[in-house]
Design a protein around this ligand. Structure first.
Ligand code: ZN
Length: 705
């Protein structure tokens, strides 16, 4: 479509047309309708094209202000519209948003290229960059100039015009295909939900869970049936409880079999995406996509990532095999006692027997602890309480701001001196129009340049109980709530000049550091005692039970580490392929099997956390976590070091929290990420606390930098 004049003028009735007048520039979600997105995005791109053209064609000599700061200021309309659009396309989508996404993804990609591949504009950036030492810039401004130069070069600014044309075409295609992948997976998850005809087959689930399954069936227009919906991970929580082995097998296979064929099959998309990414890397002068991506991470090279993953894998698999051995003994003993034939532990049995081993070893099971983990208490008396103790924050719930869905809660966050810090949204429940997983994002990014205070969200996927029932969390869900709030704090504490460096705009292998660190407060005895109270009686969790929960922390770590490493290795294998070497759609299954086998993480009882066909992290956006799923364990080194630091510096104390905030959490990407960490920790990262926490201290000598 040609850019026409009417696209650049947005109707004043469009809620995106001007900056929001609500507190914190909160988007007017009650006024934003599906039909507003496309015109606002189109007009936003047109507006930014004009702004950028004015910068590129400015007759005055390039200055930091008229070029770099001007670029940083450009695109505000586009940013307002895109922020809401992409947030809701993940957490509250509908067919019209999906259609708009399909239409807009390649256009947005082309728009970005039109800026970064503009030769006149790059010439100005380069002029400034080449004499950056003479410009007398403050450190954050100097870094902004360097970052722009890097961004331009990585986006292809040094290519010939013919190569730029090729690159534009590749980017547009990748953008369309990854959008399609996301939509296929969401639809495939819904289509693959397991339908149960007979209530007895749900034996082991709680009454509330069975009622949820009945409601899920009704929502799909089925009477007298039950539907077990799927989370995005290979493993499904109900596998821990379902007593009927055949139903477990069906549920597992429905999950692991998603996307391999049929209407929502994704193997063709995967083959196309990895091929095009490899081609793009070659065009940009890199041996493969991973080399291109990792150059801009703290890891720097595929070799560094491979080295870490492959050193951890054998110890993790050995642990998982030991755990499987304990479960096999239990299975054999039960078969003998019942006079029934025994069987070999399979992937769909793991959680069911792990629960029993846990119950035996630590003398408790999930069903005993869940009544102490009521969602509202976990959030307010746990997650927010820890932030209050550590950083002096106060939270007040606000009911006056429009939300996009009725379950979303909004909290105003007040700083240690009582001043307004930002807003925090909490969207807890799974919905069929929400993608799987849990994540944080920003509706407004902090920056002094625009005088913006942060508006951040945490989105979770907790099954919603039937009306009137409490939401009782699993231990995993409790940990996830703390994790996501760690990201939220990184956004809320941001105190930078330029939006480019705001909050969580850091390398992916650093961004998981504040979140994983924040998980430690879930088990801090004072925090745990404050939130772990019985949902009916309010009685504190008995000390013996709490001690058991704490003692069980290392339980099942072989499984958790192996399923994660398998997915991380799979991601690297796909993205370390050179152009011309990527598998065809029909070979994706064999490639996956071979990748796991050659890395010796092909232990069938522990499948990858995500199989290729629904691996959203790596295939659902143009870059996303592609070649970056390793980032979680890479960041975890820093998180575990920090946990160790807190434990040896007096734990939950304001002065400790304030120090971490000052040195790391407020800095965003305004300085090099590892420098920030060293500045806080006093030395380079040390892998020992991670190995200890994951039970991997069996003689491994992995290092991370
Ligand atoms: Zn995270």
């Amino acid at each position: 479509m040609n850019a026409t004049a009417d696209q650049s003028t947005l109707s004043p009735d469009n809620p995106f047309a001007r900056e929001s007048t609500l507190p914190y520039k909160w988007p007017p979600l009650d006024k934003i309708k599906n039909e507003h997105y496309v015109p606002a995005l189109e007009a936003g791109m047109a507006e930014q094209r004009k702004e950028v053209a004015a910068i590129a064609n400015n007759e005055a000599a390039a200055t930091f202000e008229n070029t770099i700061v001007a670029l940083e200021r450009s695109g505000q309309l586009l940013n307002r519209a895109a922020t809401v659009f992409f947030a809701l396309s993940s957490s509250n989508t509908n067919p019209e948003i999906e259609k708009a996404q399909t239409e807009m993804a390649p256009k947005l990609s082309a728009h970005s290229d039109s800026i970064y591949l503009d030769a006149a504009l790059f010439a100005r950036v380069k002029q400034l960059y080449d004499r950056r030492e003479t410009l007398q810039l403050d450190p954050e401004s100097l870094r902004l100039l360097e970052r722009y130069h890097t961004n331009f070069v990585r986006a292809g600014a040094n290519l010939s015009e013919a190569q730029k044309k090729e690159l534009r075409a590749l980017n547009e295609k990748i953008s369309s295909l990854t959008t399609e992948f996301r939509q296929f997976v969401l639809k495939g998850d819904n289509a693959a939900a397991l339908v149960i005809d007979n209530r007895a087959e749900l034996d082991g689930l709680s009454e509330a869970q069975i009622a949820t399954a009945a409601e899920a069936a009704k929502a799909r227009g089925m009477e007298d049936k039950w539907v077990l919906t799927l989370l995005n991970t290979t493993n499904q929580p109900a596998l821990a409880q379902l007593k009927n082995r055949a139903v477990r097998e069906r549920l597992f296979k429905a999950s692991a079999g998603r996307g391999w064929g049929g209407e929502f099959g994704t193997t063709k998309l995967i083959a196309d995406i990895i091929k095009l990414r490899a081609d793009r890397a070659k065009l940009l002068g890199y041996p493969n996509h991973a080399a291109y991506v990792l150059e801009d991470e703290t890891a720097l090279t595929p070799e560094a990532v491979n080295s870490m993953l492959h050193q951890l894998a054998p110890a993790a698999v050995a642990n998982a095999k030991r755990e499987a051995g304990e479960m096999q003994q239990l299975i054999d003993a039960q078969a003998k006692a019942n006079g029934t034939p025994s069987f070999q532990l399979q992937a769909w049995d793991w959680d069911f027997y792990a629960e029993q081993v846990r119950a035996k070893k630590f003398a408790y099971d999930e069903a005993q602890v869940r009544p102490y983990f009521e969602l509202g208490r976990v959030l307010v008396d746990g997650v927010l309480f820890a932030a209050q103790e550590l950083y002096g924050l106060k939270f007040t719930e606000r009911k006056d701001l429009p939300v996009y869905q009725e379950d979303v809660r909004v909290f105003e966050v007040f700083d240690r001196d009582g001043s307004q810090l930002g807003l925090f949204l909490f969207d807890p429940y799974a919905r069929s129009n929400k993608r799987g997983g849990a994540w944080m994002n920003s509706f407004v990014e902090q920056s002094r340049l625009f005088g913006n205070k942060p508006v951040v969200t945490n989105t979770l996927n907790i099954p919603k109980p039937p009306a009137g029932q409490p939401t009782l969390l699993t231990w995993d869900e409790v940990t996830t709530a703390f994790h996501e709030f760690g990201h939220a704090l990184h956004g809320l504490f941001s105190d930078v000049q330029y939006p480019q460096f705001s909050g969580t705009n850091v390398p992916r292998d650093f961004v998981e550091y504040p979140s994983q660190y924040n998980e430690m407060w879930a088990t801090e005895p004072r925090v745990l005692a404050n939130y772990a109270k019985h949902h009916e009686s309010g009685a504190p969790m008995p000390k013996e039970l709490m001690d058991k929960v704490l003692a069980a922390q290392k339980f099942n770590q072989g499984y958790a580490t192996t399923e994660y490493l398998a997915a991380a290795i799979l991601d690297q294998r796909y993205h370390q392929l050179a152009a011309g070497k990527t598998p065809a759609a029909g070979d994706i299954a064999a490639f996956e099997a071979d990748a796991l086998k050659s890395a010796q993480v092909n232990f069938e009882a522990v499948p990858p956390r995500y199989r290729s066909t629904y691996f959203l992290h790596i295939f659902a956006s143009p870059i996303g976590y592609s070649a970056g799923y390793y980032a979680y364990i890479w960041s975890e080194v820093l998180a575990r070091d920090t946990e160790h630091w807190f434990k040896t510096h007096g734990g939950l104390k304001r002065e400790n929290g304030d120090l971490l905030r000052a040195k790391v959490l407020s800095k965003g990407f305004s300085a090099d990420a590892l420098t920030l960490f060293r500045d806080f920790y006093g030395k380079s990262p040390d892998i020992a606390p991670l190995l200890e926490a994951r039970g991997l201290t069996g003689g491994t000598t992995a290092t991370a930098n």
